[in-house]
Write a protein that binds this ligand. Structure first.
Ligand code: SF4
Length: 289
């Protein structure tokens, strides 16, 4: 959408906002720098980089209240669960709304007068039209330009390729539990340092986040980044074993083969969050600590 706007194929936007969890792959930051330099700046579009903090460091900091990531839980009785996802709201939606209010000239806690709003473009393509939603605040009105021009994901990829941006990486936290096996393999095979980083993080959250532990809200089971609920370093990211497949099928909301490989379909989009959790939710993770 930024490219379409900068090139005049869509109306000129006033600003773009990138919500930074500070734990994106290096490829995403490199790509953002390039977009800024080659596309946005020449068109006079400013990209605001906003952040609520460093999601990885916050999870491991006993002094920091942590907005939980959607971790896979193995309870002591062997039952599978999942922690509630709060990170998208904290690390993406919150800083974007804060910036939008600043752009409008009514920073929090100033009340935004009735009738004052931004048009916020959300990049949902025709293959995922069901994810399009209205904004939940009056000072934002969601617009879906890709739906309006009838573009699918393939159309977007073709257009990016024509601009020399075929290698546009997918944005998400390095250690996001929504990754499918393909994303885990890409990290492992293309970026050893980032792989060590996520393996280390996976081990560090085994007993839950640091704040919960520090305040006595220890996890009674174990937490994992990979859906198989085994340590990431040993997880079957090259293939799904027969035993894992059988175990997954026995759970409510079991994933299909596509989801195991490519990741949770709805992933982490601030404005098109999934309405439901993929698996049973566990709330007592020290989330209120
Ligand atoms: S990418 Fe994953 S871990 Fe990061 S904010 Fe989104 S859901 Fe949370």
């Amino acid at each position: 959408m930024l490219c379409l706007s900068a090139k005049g194929l869509l109306p000129r936007i006033d600003a773009a906002v990138f919500a930074d969890t500070q734990w994106e792959p290096k490829a995403v930051y490199d790509h953002l720098d390039r977009l800024e330099r080659e596309i946005a700046a020449p068109a006079g579009i400013h990209i605001h980089r906003v952040s609520s903090g460093h999601i990885r460091e916050d999870a491991l900091d006993p002094d920091h209240r942590f907005a939980s990531m959607p971790l896979y839980i193995l309870n002591r009785d062997g039952k599978a669960g999942m922690t509630r996802r709060q990170c998208t709201g904290e690390y993406k939606i919150k800083p974007i709304k804060k910036k939008v209010r600043e752009i409008l000239g009514y920073p929090y806690p100033t009340r935004v007068p009735k009738g004052v709003f931004v048009e916020q473009w959300v990049g949902i393509s025709t293959d995922e039209f069901h994810r399009a939603k209205d904004a939940d605040v009056k000072y934002m009105r969601n617009v879906h330009p890709l739906l309006d021009i009838g573009w699918s994901r393939a159309d977007c990829v073709r257009y990016l390729t024509s601009l020399g941006l075929a290698d546009t990486p997918k944005s998400s936290c390095l250690g996001c539990p929504f990754h499918g096996n393909a994303q885990w393999r890409t990290i492992r095979d293309s970026s050893p340092d980032e792989w060590s980083d996520v393996v280390e993080f996976d081990a560090a959250i085994r007993r839950g986040n640091a704040r919960a532990n520090a305040t006595g809200n220890q996890l009674l089971g174990q937490a994992f980044l990979h859906r198989s609920r085994v340590p990431l370093s040993e997880a079957p990211i090259d293939h799904v074993t027969a035993a894992e497949w059988a175990a997954l099928q026995a759970q409510d909301g079991a994933p299909d083969a596509e989801e195991l490989e490519a990741g949770v379909v709805d992933g982490c989009s601030p404005w098109a969050c999934r309405g439901e959790q993929p698996e049973p939710t566990r709330d007592d993770f020290g989330l209120t600590a």
